[in-house]
Structures are given as C-alpha cells and as structure tokens.
Write a protein that binds this ligand. Structure first.
Ligand SMILES: C[S@@+](CC[C@H](N)C(=O)[O-])C[C@H]1O[C@@H](n2cnc3c(N)ncnc32)[C@H](O)[C@@H]1O
Length: 218
C-alpha cells in the first residue's frame, strides 16, 4: 500500500494550501494527464537515459512528482528501487496515489514543499526533477542546492524541463501559468552539478526548447 505522509503540522499544511501553485493545481489536477502529454516533452526519454548512466538505483526521489507518471515509469524501469515522490499539491498527490498503488510500499508519497533536505534515512542515488524547477520561482536554485544534501556523492540528478523560447509573447503566456523559461534552470544546474548528458530539443518547430539533463554532484 503506498502512503501519503503529511509530515507537516497544521500551520505548515495551511501554508501549503495557500501556496500559489497549490491553488493552480487545485484546478489543473483534474485535466493534467489529459493535456500535458502535448507539451511536457522529454519525460520518457529522461527515464530511459538515466538507465544508461546508472544500472540499479536503490533509492529514488522525485521532487514535484505531480500525478505520478514518472514514478510509475521509474518503478517499471528500476524494479528493485525504493521510490519517493514529493509534492506540495494535495490534489496532484491524490491522482498519483491511485497510479502508484499497484507498486505497494515500494513507492511512497510525501505532501510537502521541497524547502529543506529530506533527512529521512540514507541519501538518494537518483533525484528526478521533471517540469518542476521551471515553476519554482523564486526558489528553483535553492531546490537544486538543497538536493545536493539529499544526493549520495555518487548519485545522479536527472532533469526534464522547459529551457527557453525566442518569443516574448510565449514566455509571457507561460509566465501566466507560473513557468519561467529563460534558460535559468540549465545555468544553475551547471553551477551545482557536473553534466554527464545534456540535450536541448525544439518543440513545435522552435516555439520553445526543452531540456534533458543528467549530472552528478560537483
Ligand atoms: C508541471 S508539474 C510536473 C509533475 C510531474 N513531475 C510531471 O513531470 O508530470 C510541477 C509539479 O511540481 C510541484 N511543485 C512545485 N513547486 C514545488 C515545491 N517547491 N515543492 C514540491 N513540489 C512542488 C507542483 O505542485 C506540481 O505538481
């Protein structure tokens, strides 16, 4: 049975509830899986490319796991791994819980913002951030710095995310949806980690570019 651990006292739970992204996903959780396949590219290829760099991760954390699609893909690809998904949106985790149930206690869920290290048992040997960092504004850089405390020295960080767009109107529209796409995620990744693989690909003929990145701690 997978778990949602709300390891937060009432004041923190209220803070999560009032977070602008919690409010956003309260409405979007219901249509997330129906719509996001059309623009969150590079998620499946990220999981595939992790397995080229790490045969058998034992402990995996996804920061901002949302509705759990990556958790399911990771559980299938790494059948011996213990996997933890963390998210600040209760509604997104509700969807994830149904998806990860077949994997039992191997996949756990935590309801919290990633604003401090996990401090739960051994460190993780794989941390995944999939389309979460571009939405954490301000704070994506703190998330990456904090993640180094949760990553074992030989661990990997794997990131799929929006990178940039040459069109100001599109960047503005994405800003309305809480997404910043000005190349800032890659800049900070390169400050915090040593890249092992980094691909930037075009979407919809160059309307935007997206990033697949795998690195280890510097
Ligand atoms: C675009 S969704 C991505 C979900 C999933 N990783 C995927 O690839 O489909 C971004 C998720 O990050 C979560 N999130 C944003 N900021 C967060 C934070 N500081 N701590 C934890 N989760 C966060 C949001 O609640 C949302 O579920």
């Amino acid at each position: 049975m997978s778990t949602v651990l709300t390891a937060t006292p009432a004041a923190s739970t209220n803070r999560l509830h009032d977070h602008p992204l919690s409010a956003y996903y309260r409405w979007h959780a219901g249509i997330y899986d129906l719509t996001r396949w059309a623009f969150l590219f590079g998620r499946q290829s990220l999981v595939r490319s992790v397995s080229q760099h790490m045969m058998m991760p034992q402990r995996i954390l996804e920061i901002g796991c949302g509705t759990g699609s990556n958790l399911v893909a990771l559980a299938a690809r790494f059948p011996k791994a213990q996997i933890m998904g963390l998210d600040l949106s209760r509604e997104m985790l509700d969807r994830a819980r149904a998806k990860v149930r077949p994997h039992g206690s191997r996949v756990g869920l935590i309801h919290r913002a990633y604003d401090a290290p996990m401090a739960l048992g051994p460190k993780f040997d794989l941390i995944v951030c999939s389309y979460s960092l571009s939405m954490i504004n301000p704070g994506y850089d703190d998330v990456l710095r904090i993640s180094r405390h949760d990553l074992s020295p030989r661990g990997l960080i794997a990131v799929a995310d929006f990178h940039s767009s040459p069109y100001a109107w599109f960047r503005r529209w994405m800003g309305v949806n809480h997404v910043r796409m000005e190349g800032q995620v890659l800049t900070t990744l390169n400050q915090c980690f040593q890249p092992l693989a980094c691909q930037i690909r075009h979407a919809y003929g160059g309307l935007w570019t997206y990033l697949n990145y795998i690195g280890n701690p510097r």
